[in-house]
Design a protein around this ligand. Structure first.
Ligand SMILES: *Cc1c(COP(=O)(O)O)cnc(C)c1O
Length: 228
């Protein structure tokens, strides 16, 4: 059985290969280790192997882990799961990034609740381009207004876009979605300072995402093993 350190190394090799194949600069794609449902001992192993960016899906579970791992002061914690408005305060107080913002109300609350002593909270807007079944994420039509609103909030930094393309789309459909995401990202990347993140690609589709401009892949099972 492979260790977490070995699987992390393989994940980095996949990213490096895909980046080179796409003729993109080395180190232009970050690895977010998705540790949802996994114990803090697994996170410590990944940390000891050099990993610093971790993603959690569930607010309560994430906050418990962040609190337990306070001694690892240079971890960057990303919330990547759905966020209800009654949970925004604890998120604003604990996380470094929220990638799943999809409406003004949530952004406004995160802005108002971000503690003064902390740097501004990093935000990605979650887009829902092809996955009708999932309720999370906004449509491309609604994007300009939300970008505009969040850009004006000084306790938030708008870093980019996040998406979870449908896992069972055809290859042609997947390609179309990824190209559309890249196009939307590029539009704001050239206009807005700090808008540098296109968070797309998981264990199963990291290569296709990197081919289409992803700057951050979110990998869970390929690092920590299958989830229950
Ligand atoms: C679980 C999850 C991932 C990681 O998925 P794997 O297939 O295990 O790599 C990435 N992003 C989001 C939003 C997730 O919920």
């Amino acid at each position: 059985m492979q260790t977490i350190a070995e699987r992390l190394k393989s994940a980095h090799a996949r990213i490096e290969n895909a980046t080179a194949n796409a003729h993109r600069p080395p180190n232009s794609v970050k690895l977010l280790a998705v540790s949802k449902t996994k114990p803090v001992s697994d996170i410590r192993q990944a940390y000891d192997a050099g990993q610093r960016l971790f993603g959690e899906n569930y607010v309560q579970e994430g906050v418990e882990k962040i609190t337990e791992l306070q001694d690892l002061t240079d971890i960057e914690w990303h919330l990547i799961g759905p966020l209800q408005s009654n949970k925004t305060r604890v998120v604003a107080e604990h996380f470094d990034w929220v990638q799943s913002v999809d409406r003004e109300k949530i952004a406004r609350r995160l802005h108002d609740q971000r503690p003064e002593g902390l740097p501004p909270l990093n935000i990605c807007i979650q887009l829902n381009i092809d996955d009708e079944a999932s309720k999370s994420g906004i449509s491309a039509d609604a994007l300009p207004a939300l970008v505009d609103t969040i850009s004006q909030m000084d306790r938030l930094v708008l870093r980019g876009l996040m998406a979870i393309p449908s896992a069972d789309a055809s290859e042609a459909q997947q390609q179309k979605t990824l190209a559309q995401l890249h196009d939307l990202f590029a539009r704001y990347h050239t206009k807005l300072t700090n808008f540098d993140t296109l968070s797309v690609g998981m264990s199963g589709d990291a290569e296709a995402a990197i081919e289409n401009g992803s700057t951050m892949v979110r990998i869970g099972s390929a690092i920590f093993g299958a989830r229950e």
